[in-house]
Design a protein around this ligand. Structure first.
Ligand SMILES: C[S@@+](CC[C@H](N)C(=O)[O-])C[C@H]1O[C@@H](n2cnc3c(N)ncnc32)[C@H](O)[C@@H]1O
Length: 220
């Protein structure tokens, strides 16, 4: 990995897992829904070599940031403002769609799934990972069952995420100490999920769990 990517190794490892799950991306057309600050889409384009990588996010501020920070020097990488529940693409456009820790924000998970299904090519794959309270999982399973996708894989990755949070904690603490005024540091600790914070505890105690699913759209 490039030295400039090293500080984000543990977050990028999640992207490596999720974006590699469908297989070799070389030459494919890939979409990330909910791309946030864009590092995951950038990693996917630069290391897994799809022909085209599009990161879509609801926040136009995030999209502007990503265009400036990531897209300028990486041909084939673009970011776009849009809604996961009403994707601004035609039918059958993408070989692979990825979605990382974003779908818990959406009002209508079923609409999101039907939009992903619509924009994928026949036989295209959808790699999804997100947090949920354990008692919400049966509802999520029901939505996937209704979506038309065939499930290729379903895996609980909570332990892996906790391990990654522990490993990245020290760097994040140092960064927050250097860059954030003291009064605001606790908010940043929580956002970064460092040990001892509520998000870290919830995952460790399995009050919240992380699930990865790999799904396939029917071939024509
Ligand atoms: C927790 S962040 C995750 C960002 C990124 N995937 C990552 O793992 O670093 C969730 C992202 O989902 C985006 N989001 C929330 N609702 C959305 C929607 N309806 N359509 C598209 N993006 C949405 C938010 O703007 C935010 O950037």
């Amino acid at each position: 990995m490039d030295a400039s990517d090293e500080p984000e190794r543990w977050c990028l490892q999640m992207y490596n897992k999720i974006a590699s799950a469908p297989g070799d991306l070389t030459g494919l057309n890939v979409l990330e829904v909910g791309s946030g600050r864009g590092g995951g889409s950038s990693y996917t384009k630069r290391y897994l070599h799809p022909a085209k990588m599009t990161g879509l996010d609801y926040s136009s501020k995030a999209v502007d940031f990503c265009q400036e920070k990531h897209a300028k020097n990486v041909p084939g990488l673009t970011y776009l403002q849009g809604n996961a529940e009403d994707l601004p693409f035609g039918n059958d456009e993408f070989d692979v769609v990825i979605n990382v820790e974003s779908s818990h924000c959406y009002g209508h998970f079923d609409k999101f799934l039907s939009e992903v299904y619509r924009v994928l090519k026949p036989g295209g794959q959808f790699s999804w990972v997100d947090i949920r309270k354990p008692d919400a999982l049966p509802g999520v399973e029901k939505e996937f069952a209704k979506s038309g996708f065939t499930e290729l894989k379903s895996e609980d990755v909570t332990k892996n995420v906790v391990a990654a949070m522990s490993k990245s904690g020290e760097n994040r603490l140092k960064l927050i100490q250097r860059r954030v005024p003291k009064f605001a540091q606790p908010i940043f600790h929580s956002f970064a999920g460092v040990e001892g914070t509520q998000p870290y505890k919830e995952l460790t105690n399995r009050e919240v769990v992380y699930t990865h699913k790999l799904l396939k759209k029917a071939s024509d």
